[in-house]
Design a protein around this ligand. Structure first.
Ligand code: ADE
Length: 231
């Protein structure tokens, strides 16, 4: 079993560097990939950078170059479900772009126009269950299997996040998951996005993000390692 692990930011992958036995480093398309092992699994780790193109490029490399069996995306997100608190966990059941908008052509917002594929991408049920189980081992937090929406924008406005909830039934918002999901779908590679809530995507989000990013990112990474161990 070879597992691709992608985070967008340093905070999101820092936790793994002292846990994984890294055997090889590669630089591909100006991005570093670390190959190694963790328990019985082979792992490939990368910091992709923020945003959908970076996530898609990393996912494509994970599949084409490293031949991974599954991709896990780990990191932080803004809550869209008002019941989620800082430090709670969303395990993707589905992912969708929130910023694709061809509504002038008659397509609903969030729908990829003229595309012979879905606009809502489903995470792998088996890996979802490994991750959810691992997350539920942490006491005192809410773990929700739910919908992750992605777009090229840090959301920091209550009205905007409420709209994402209403339009897409979003549980959390971030900037990469749907792109990874899209590439995974194209290649029939299973994926799961794991997000710990760093902020509520409202006016306080920038401050909350800065305050909580390290701790919450580490929690997501901790869950990923436990999920791999449960495999
Ligand atoms: N990642 C963490 N918080 C976020 C937010 N509020 N919007 C987009 N991406 C995020």
């Amino acid at each position: 079993m070879k597992i691709g692990i992608i985070g967008a930011m340093e905070e999101e992958i820092a936790y793994f560097s002292h846990l994984f036995n890294i055997e090889e480093k590669h630089t591909l398309a100006k991005t570093k990939y670390f190959e190694g092992c963790y328990g019985v699994c082979s792992v490939v780790l990368t910091k992709a950078g923020v945003g959908k193109v970076n996530a898609a490029a990393a996912a494509q490399k994970m599949i084409d170059v490293f031949n991974v069996d599954v991709i896990l995306f780990t990191g932080v997100a803004g809550a869209a479900d008002p019941d989620l608190e800082i430090g709670d966990i969303v395990v993707s059941s589905t992912c969708q772009y929130h910023d694709i908008d061809a509504s002038p052509l008659g397509f609903p917002k969030g729908i990829i126009p003229m595309f012979d594929g879905p606009s809502i991408f489903h995470a792998d049920p088996l890996w979802r269950s490994f991750v959810t189980e691992a997350a539920r081992e942490i006491n005192g937090i809410n773990v929700k299997e739910g919908k992750v929406v992605s777009g090229e924008k840090f959301i920091a406005d209550k009205e905007e996040v409420d709209q994402l909830r209403t339009l897409f039934e979003a549980d959390c918002v971030e900037m990469e998951g749907a792109a990874l999901a899209h590439i995974s779908w194209m290649h029939d590679v299973p994926f799961v996005v794991i997000r710990s809530i760093s902020d509520k995507a409202n006016g306080d989000a920038p401050k909350s993000f800065q305050q909580w990013v390290y701790e919450t990112a580490e929690r997501s990474a901790f869950i990923v390692t436990n999920a791999i161990r449960n495999y």
